[in-house]
Design a protein around this ligand. Structure first.
Ligand code: APR
Length: 316
């Protein structure tokens, strides 16, 4: 699909949504980026500000700010950031009820106006919200994907770069599993330009970095006091959007609907995926050692627990 014909809708014009819309526009990922929110004036104001910045920076995307779901019609791609962020002391699961209702209403807009779209969900608790989104949409799993692994891996990469004294550009890190405390950082899969990271730092240091990654979101929530991270979540979702819209087929860790891969059936889980024009084109299965397999079972249990809570609330 030509860029002149592409339309991206970013749902939610809060911190993550506005940053995502800006990155999509600055990268000329689409002819039009629609930014939508329930708060009157906010998406319109951000759109006007962004379009004025285009005059300085020279990009050609038009940003439309709106409260009208009809303006999202025929979008090729949605990035859903609508919903509440965490406050200090909260877990992502504390957002289940409030954000579950938001996702259900956003799904209606997408299903009615853009039945062929690909959907990237960013709203937390991520694994449960992306599951709910797919269930409400009735889309094939390959067209509904969650952004978490890119973010968690980026956090791990930064910590590894700092610990090894190397450029973050050369560090590749991998985090699987749910986007929560039970996530599964993969030390053996981490490299610095092909060199195993475990050849550069000792096991205890690696464990400490993996642990900091697990609590990377909470560390930022604690510092900000109101709201949660937005630059790296926006960067993660835009990397996924670019791989899909440009058919780049990048291998990015994302929350994918599993059909037997890694031994799981019918749930979303963070795994490495090939992202291309059709959405999730393929899922890469890493060989896991016993410890990682146990951790994957644990993380799946945490997602199942949240799905149960969603069912108890009558939302799923
Ligand atoms: N449709 C559109 N927008 C909505 C809806 C809805 N049904 N419900 C809420 N919103 C909007 C709010 O009005 C607000 O502007 O979503 C926006 C959320 O913005 P912030 O409160 O700034 O939250 P943000 O930091 O952007 O995080 C959004 O992403 O990373 C996750 O955990 C985070 O779940 C949170 C989400």
């Amino acid at each position: 699909m030509k860029i002149q014909q592409r339309k991206i809708t970013v749902v939610g014009a809060g911190f993550v949504g506005m940053t995502t819309a800006a990155k999509c526009a600055e990268r000329n990922l689409a002819a039009e980026v629609v930014l939508t929110d329930i708060v009157e004036g906010r998406p319109q104001g951000i759109a006007l500000d962004l379009n004025q910045s285009a005059a300085v920076e020279g990009w050609t995307t038009h940003v439309t700010g709106t409260n009208d779901p009809a303006d999202t019609r025929d979008s090729d791609l949605f990035i859903v950031t609508a919903g509440k962020p965490r406050k200090p002391g909260m877990s992502r699961s504390d957002l289940l009820e409030v954000n579950g209702k938001v996702i259900a209403s956003v799904a209606e807009t997408i299903r009615d106006g853009s039945p062929e779209a690909i959907v990237i969900v960013v709203t937390n608790p991520l694994d449960t919200m992306v599951h709910l989104m797919r269930a409400k949409l009735g889309f094939p799993g390959r067209r509904v994907v969650g952004m978490a692994g890119v973010l968690d891996s980026a956090r791990f990469s930064l910590f590894l770069a700092e610990a090894t004294g190397t450029s973050v550009k050369d560090v590749d890190a991998m985090v699987l599993g749910a986007h929560g405390d039970s996530m599964v950082p993969m030390p053996r899969a981490c490299t610095v330009n092909g060199v195993a990271a475990l050849d550069l730092i000792d096991g205890a240091t690696m464990d400490a970095l993996a642990d900091r990654t697990r609590h990377g979101g909470a560390e930022i929530v604690k510092l900000l006091k109101t709201g949660s991270a937005y630059y790296a979540p926006a960067a993660g979702s835009v990397a996924m959007a670019a791989s899909i819209l440009n058919d780049e087929r990048r291998v990015l860790p994302c929350a994918c609907f599993l059909n037997g891969q890694y031994g799981f059936e019918g749930i979303y889980m963070g795994v490495p995926a090939v992202l291309g024009a059709g959405g999730v084109e393929d899922i890469v299965e890493l060989s896991l050692d016993t410890e990682a397999r146990i951790q994957m079972q644990k993380t799946a249990g945490a997602v199942q627990g949240d799905l149960e809570s969603l069912r108890d609330l009558g939302l799923l």
